[in-house]
Design a protein around this ligand. Structure first.
Ligand SMILES: [Zn+2]
Length: 471
């Protein structure tokens, strides 16, 4: 193999990502030779090219007038913040993850109405829907959420640091260069991409619910009715808000304009997928003229909403059924998951692109929600670790160099998962092997570049930069 210097490698890696050399903070050590030339060209996939076009058009914070008296602040933060004006005061639905963003939004809302805020509704416990409250909260405002809000928030907190690391990797928060981060893009009805604005609030800055309910809760302000329905889906404590006089439904995170994150790689307990699908029918029955989701732009028109939510439900059920059929047919999930996809009449819809939820990940988790971690194959009861299997592979190959040579060939063929598996086998046995680590970094970057799924792209790229710190 051709020997190349560290400097050459840096240049190649930088051009590989079509980004500046500052893309990766290579440590300033003496130049060191090693036997490896990264492939020169690893292009974006077609879907990712389309996504990149969406991202270019995306960053436009705006307060969207949904209808008379209802407004949604889109693009200021990761989630939306919704304003409902009644004759006697305001109701705010969700407050974003960021106090600076919610303050900006409230300044905009104040141009629309200076009436007092009466109630705040939290659609669920995810931080992007309530960490921003403190910026405009005054004592006396009623804060309404589901009974399980606090329990779910604490359950998430009990995962400790790993929850934060995984979430930060998935949203690209560790990536110091904005151009490395892939925002969550939705394609319909208008483009929306918003970066998570993570400000790590102090515990005393969190405003917890003052009132909770179990199945349904209704109240009126100024003659306007707010029906709050428990509707498990993205989370178990999810609630949707129906405002019949305005013909508005806020489906929270049970609808957003891309394939739903039925499983999230930041790690959660199994999400109630069937109830998530059922929620779409529940909303359709309410016959809203306006649908105002927790992420992205509002959707208008009874017929359009019905069709969209119907397709959304069908897509969720299709993916659920793929997993259940695999369980029933005793099929290995490792073979089923990578092939899993929607039928063309659904997969071509702009609001079912896998920019956020990714079907192979979802199928895997639904499968395991039925049978647990064991797939039924006795080989998998006590599998070898990568280190143990790696020791055998290295012995079989005769030398580490042979394995590296093979990995290099696999990398040139674009088989990056194989490269990762082989490099991991080497690194678990020889953590100081620089070539294996560099190859691993390049394949992580290539996978991050090729996927059209934003969480996966950020996760691969984040771990490529973390690996770099170990060089
Ligand atoms: Zn959300």
């Amino acid at each position: 193999m051709e020997k190349i210097s560290r400097r050459t490698f840096v240049a190649a890696a930088a051009s590989l990502m079509a980004l500046s050399q500052s893309f990766i903070p290579w440590r300033e050590k003496e130049a060191q030779a090693f036997e490896y030339t990264p492939p020169a060209n690893m292009p974006y996939s077609k879907a990712r090219e389309e996504m990149n076009q969406l991202i270019l058009r995306a960053d436009r914070p705006q307060v969207v007038k949904v209808c008379e008296n209802v407004y949604s602040a889109v693009g200021f933060a990761f989630a939306t913040m919704i304003l409902v004006v009644t004759p006697d005061g305001l109701v705010i639905i969700d407050t974003t993850e960021s106090m600076s963003a919610s303050k900006r939004v409230m300044d905009e809302f104040r141009k629309i109405s200076n009436k007092p805020v009466k109630n705040i509704i939290y659609t669920h416990f995810h931080p992007d829907h309530w960490y921003g409250t403190k910026s405009f909260f005054t004592p006396g405002i009623n804060v309404i959420a589901h009974n399980d809000f606090v329990k779910e928030a604490k359950l998430w907190g009990s995962m400790g640091q790993s929850a934060l690391i995984r979430a930060a990797a998935m949203y690209g928060l560790f990536l110091f260069d904005d151009s490395m981060r892939v925002p969550w893009v939705t394609a319909d009805p208008s483009v929306v991409a918003a970066q998570l604005k993570w400000e790590m609030p102090n515990p005393e800055d969190l405003v917890w619910p003052t009132q909770t309910f179990k199945d349904q809760y209704s109240f009126q302000i100024g003659g306007i009715t707010f029906n709050l329905h428990h509707a498990p889906g993205e989370t178990a404590d999810q609630i949707i808000v129906e405002i019949p006089e305005y013909k508005v439904v806020c489906p929270a995170d049970n609808y957003y304009a891309c394939f739903p994150n039925l499983y999230t790689i930041r790690g959660t307990t199994a999400r109630p997928v069937l109830e998530w699908a059922a929620c779409q029918d529940k909303v359709i029955k309410m016959e809203p003229e306006f649908l105002v989701p927790g992420h992205g732009s509002p959707l208008t028109g009874k017929g359009r909403i019905k069709e969209t939510l119907g397709n959304y439900r069908d897509a969720i059920l299709h993916v659920h059924n793929l997993a259940l059929e695999a369980v029933q047919a005793f099929k290995p999930i490792d073979e089923v998951a990578p092939q899993a996809s929607l039928p063309p009449h659904l997969s071509n819809l702009p609001y079912l692109k896998q920019y956020y939820g990714y079907i192979p990940f979802c199928v895997r988790n639904i499968y395991h929600s039925y049978v647990g971690w064991f797939d039924g194959n006795p080989i998998n009861l006590s599998p070898l670790s990568r280190k143990e299997l790696g020791a055998d592979v290295l012995k079989l190959a005769g030398s580490v160099e042979k394995v590296l040579e093979y990995a290099e060939m696999a990398q040139k063929e674009g088989r990056h998962q194989a490269v990762l598996e082989l490099c991991e086998m080497i690194l678990t046995n020889d953590p100081k092997n620089r070539t294996a680590r560099l190859m691993k970094i390049v394949s992580l970057l290539a996978l991050g570049k090729a996927t059209d799924n934003s969480p996966a792209a950020n996760y691969y790229t984040t771990f490529a930069t973390l690996e770099n710190n170990k060089l």
